[in-house]
Design a protein. Structure first.
Length: 274
């Protein structure tokens, strides 16, 4: 299995760790583009214009041929590689095919989000939950971090939104199913990449309080509120302020049940995948 990571530091691995370094900057962007939009033909002229706009037609064609050759060489490092699979050039068009021996974190994230949506009503089975958690922990940062092409920025925002919303939905289900430790860990992981997302902050505070970690919840809130005031110059939403007051007054079983009802009573919106 060849593993491709595009969320955070771009890299490719098969056994011993490898990187995209041999591709060069334009080659890495080309590889990211083809992997992001698989199973569709891309005209050579369009790709040259996107990734080698400074070159004339002939030099651009040679640069692309070289980049495609280097990408194929990386793909061929997989023990399961089959000649002709993966990256193909037919006439003036280039196609990157999905294959069973290629594991791409962005593909996995899209599949995980679909699984969470479809399981939102009935809930996920333990194996499904375990697999989705594994995928969400693969999120290590923005898509193709450090790049700023328009198509990258659009895809970065879409994937980040999917990651945060999927994490929020799964945190809620984990909490409802009694997996408080896993829910807290996932909430903290997601908040590393979007610390101002109040929905996730409220889930984390609720779960900490329900896990008899009320003091930790209050300390987290104090730290978080200082962050948003210093960085954004804003105050928490009324729902967040009401929650922290409820946690401060958490002294009996009735209050605990009311707090857990916050997880039960919320209706999630479906994610817009496409």
């Amino acid at each position: 299995m060849l593993t491709v990571s595009l969320l955070g530091s771009s890299r490719i691995g098969s056994g011993d760790e490898q990187t995209w370094s041999d591709l060069g900057p334009a080659g890495r962007r080309l590889a990211g583009y083809l992997v992001t939009f698989p199973d569709r033909p891309h005209r050579r002229e369009r790709l040259i214009d996107l990734f080698w706009p400074e070159l004339d037609a002939e030099r651009g064609r040679r640069a692309m041929i070289s980049a495609v050759w280097r990408i194929r060489k990386l793909l061929a490092s997989s023990p399961a590689y089959v000649e002709g699979e993966g990256l193909r050039t037919v006439g003036s068009e280039t196609v990157f095919r999905r294959t069973s021996w290629l594991d791409v974190d962005t593909w996995a994230l899209l599949q995980a989000a679909t699984t969470i949506i479809e399981g939102a009503g009935a809930g996920l089975s333990p194996p499904e939950m375990k697999e989705v958690l594994r995928v969400l922990y693969r999120y290590e940062g923005p898509f193709l971090d450090g790049e700023d092409a328009e198509w990258i920025l659009e895809e970065r925002e879409r994937l980040h939104s999917l990651f945060i919303q999927s994490s929020a939905m799964l945190v809620r289900q984990l909490g409802l199913d009694g997996y408080d430790h896993d829910a807290i860990r996932l909430a903290r992981h997601a908040l590393r990449f979007d610390p101002y997302r109040e929905e996730l902050v409220r889930y984390l505070l609720t779960l900490l309080a329900l896990s008899e970690r009320r003091i930790e919840a209050l300390r987290y809130y104090d730290s978080w509120i200082s962050l948003i005031r210093n960085e954004l110059g804003i105050s928490p939403l009324p729902a967040t302020r009401a929650l922290i007051e409820e946690i401060r007054n958490l002294h009996n079983a009735e209050n605990v049940q009311h707090l857990r009802a916050r997880l039960v009573g919320r209706t999630e919106k479906h994610l817009a995948l496409f």
